[in-house]
Write a new protein. Structure first.
Length: 660
């Protein structure tokens, strides 16, 4: 499931300690929804949709023999929305809308863009000054604001596996997987071992992992024209000049990263009602560590200005992080069974430290409470706090001119000389995940056991992120505060229990086969209204997958349309003519079919669908040039995903006809 983004940023795929006990064979399917709240932009209305994520997670754990276990996981995330690309002084007015005139002369909003380039006034102490629209200075203004950029929907898909062998007092797991996005691919492998001692009252776990990741990120089309070191004519002497590739109108950042990790854990049973777990993990990361979609705002101020107030040129550079990171984490967990309430208390603490200067603390508690025979309710609370990275800053102030015109007396010509990068810090970032902040969240999970084989689980968590929640104070300003919620639902099927039930049902069916059908063996759950279950609390589940692709020429009626026909006649006139055409469209659909009989005369049916679609685009021959603020999707296209059509039905038994 999708975890808090700040916590997930510290984790690596593929490094997971083996459980200290064998697990039943099980398949499960989970859907999750993550939704951020809108951020405060202060000077302008924020009408952009915040980050939203739709997640699917499918799991399978299967015993190949008494000692050989196999597990497979499939994860799919689709996200879109507005997210901070940088932070800047509020007076720089970096969040602006793109407007256009209609044929009737009316001005409308056609988009939003982070326009980071601007000029601001500062006093002699280099503090920004606020001005009225008339230009009159009204005083100092040190307020900050996030500069937002909107991301089109993108989908990440990950598959991973684990193959394990169990001895009487030991176990060994070998696993690996791959995570794929349009701009990122990560491959990982791991090996985990477990040794049991002291009559299995003590377990020692050791894990090793390796991850290799490649970035090929198309830089933000909204922002690249305002980021100095992505302007292709000016990047030869700046960072990443050898990593940015220009392909048509696109600029692609390339990078590679490696992660090596190890983890050691100890589980000790204290008595029949309590156990404690401790762990230590170390990870070393090297290579391209930056986020290609994050920029650093820099205010360049020429200190030689002779005016009463200084003019600062606001520009942006791609963030620069160290090329290596060493991370250490310590964890502990205490589990206590409360006999009189038949409940369990879980207490967790984790400490994280790295050589970037970040120290983080996580405190978590949850209470697992059975209710009746088939319900379990688990409330939880979590607190997280971290210090800022050494190179984190909301923005940089550089006491040098951004550019100067230099006259060469020898040639008699003038040339422009840009700022000296050596006067900037070696590393800098305004990514809020590297800032100092605290976070508080609370949630609840409810589990309903329909039978020994089938259970349904639903959860909700609300999260508040604020600099004022930092453990020892001194966190980021309120401009960076935000909140989000996560909701998820999971269907779990215990294959071991299902197998036992199947043997019993088969025996019953065989003994009564010649006496007519008893109605206990209908068609699959996905055959709508094809049968009805006549046993109270009976459950039937099914899963279906469908893939389709559409491709070929564009048609006008039954005839093939040429590129020029589409350009001139498909969209509009002048600059409104068509630029792109699809080359193919892929659709993936996951369908769940769930039937439940609360009584012998009523069946309830739930049939949700989860879809993701991707359309690849190419530029038409003879297409008009891209206008300022326009989107460029050549070679990348569009993607989307989420919950599709969902049906809910009820079947009611009106009468029973023999032999029917």
């Amino acid at each position: 499931s999708l975890q808090a983004l700040t916590v997930a940023a510290l984790a690596l795929p593929g490094l997971m300690l083996s459980p200290a006990h064998a697990e039943d064979d099980e398949v499960s399917f989970q859907y999750g929804h993550y939704q951020e709240g809108k951020r405060n932009l202060y000077s302008v209305k924020n009408d952009r949709n915040p980050i939203e994520v739709e997640s699917l997670l499918g799991k399978a754990k299967i015993s190949l023999s008494d000692r050989i276990k196999f597990a497979f996981n499939y994860t799919q995330d689709t996200w879109s929305g507005a997210t901070p690309i940088s932070t800047a002084p509020l007076v720089s007015k970096g969040n602006r809308v793109i407007e256009a005139s209609t044929p009737s002369g009316r001005t409308i909003k056609v988009g939003a863009s982070p326009i980071i380039f601007s000029e601001i006034l500062l006093n002699k102490n280099f503090i920004p000054l606020r001005q009225k629209s008339s230009g009159k200075v009204v005083g100092k203004d040190e307020d900050l604001v996030h500069i937002l950029s909107t991301a089109s929907p993108e989908t990440r898909k990950q598959g991973d596996f684990k193959l394990g062998y169990e001895w009487d007092e030991a176990a060994l797991d070998i696993g690996g997987g791959i995570s794929v996005e349009n701009d990122y691919e990560s491959r990982f492998g791991n090996i985990n071992g477990r040794w049991d001692f002291n009559q299995k009252q003590t377990s020692l776990n050791l894990g090793l992992s390796y991850t290799n990741s490649d970035t090929s990120a198309i830089l933000d089309h909204d922002a690249t024209s305002y980021i100095f070191n992505t302007n292709f004519s000016a990047i030869t002497n700046t960072a990443f000049s050898d990593q940015i590739e220009k392909v048509g109108a696109l600029k692609i950042m390339h990078g590679n990263r490696e992660d090596w990790g190890t983890a050691l854990g100890l589980t000790q049973v204290l008595d029949k009602d309590a156990l404690v777990e401790t762990s230590v993990a170390y990870t070393r990361s090297t290579g391209y560590m930056e986020n290609p979609y994050k920029a650093m705002t820099v205010v360049f101020v020429d200190p030689d200005q002779q005016t009463k107030r200084l003019t600062g040129k606001v520009r942006a550079l791609l963030e620069q992080r160290p090329d290596e990171r060493n991370q250490l984490s310590l964890g502990s967990r205490y589990i206590q069974h409360i006999g009189m309430l038949d409940a369990a208390l879980h207490l967790d603490y984790r400490f994280f430290h790295d050589d970037w200067g970040i120290d983080a603390h996580t405190f978590e508690a949850d209470w697992v409470q059975p209710v009746g025979n088939t319900w379990t309710v688990t409330p939880r609370v979590r607190y997280y706090s971290q210090s800022a990275a050494d190179f984190y800053a909301p923005y940089l102030l550089s006491k040098q001119a951004f550019s100067k015109s230099v006259f060469d007396e020898t040639t008699g010509t003038s040339s422009t000389v840009f700022f000296d990068p050596k006067q900037l810090p070696a590393n800098f970032s305004s990514d809020q995940r590297l800032s100092g902040f605290g976070a508080l969240s609370g949630g609840v999970t409810v589990n309903k056991q329909f039978s020994k084989a089938v259970s349904l689980e639903a959860g909700f968590e609300y999260y508040v992120h604020a600099g004022s929640l930092k453990l020892d104070g001194g966190g980021e300003g309120s401009y960076s505060d935000f909140n989000y919620f996560m909701a998820n639902a999971a269907l779990k099927v215990n294959l071991s229990a299902l197998g036992n039930a199947a043997v019993s049902d088969h025996s019953s069916h065989h003994s009564s086969h010649h006496g007519g059908h008893q109605g206990s063996h209908g068609g699959p759950a996905g055959v709508m209204f094809g049968h009805m279950m006549d046993k109270t609390n009976a459950v039937m589940v099914g899963y279906r997958y469908m893939y389709s692709r559409q491709s070929g020429d564009m048609l006008h009626g039954s005839n093939t349309a040429s590129d020029l026909d589409i350009v001139n006649n498909g969209c509009g006139k002048g600059s409104k003519r068509c630029r792109l055409t699809p080359t193919y469209m892929d659709m993936h659909m996951h369908m769940l079919d769930i039937m439940y009989a609360p009584t012998d005369w009523l069946n309830l049916m739930l049939m949700p669908q989860f879809m993701d679609m991707e359309m690849n685009l190419r530029e038409l021959d003879g297409a008009p040039p891209v206008q300022q603020g326009g989107h460029v999707h050549t070679g990348t296209g569009h993607a989307t995903g989420g919950v599709g059509d969902t049906g809910m039905y009820a079947l009611v038994k009106l009468f029973n006809a023999p032999m029917h």
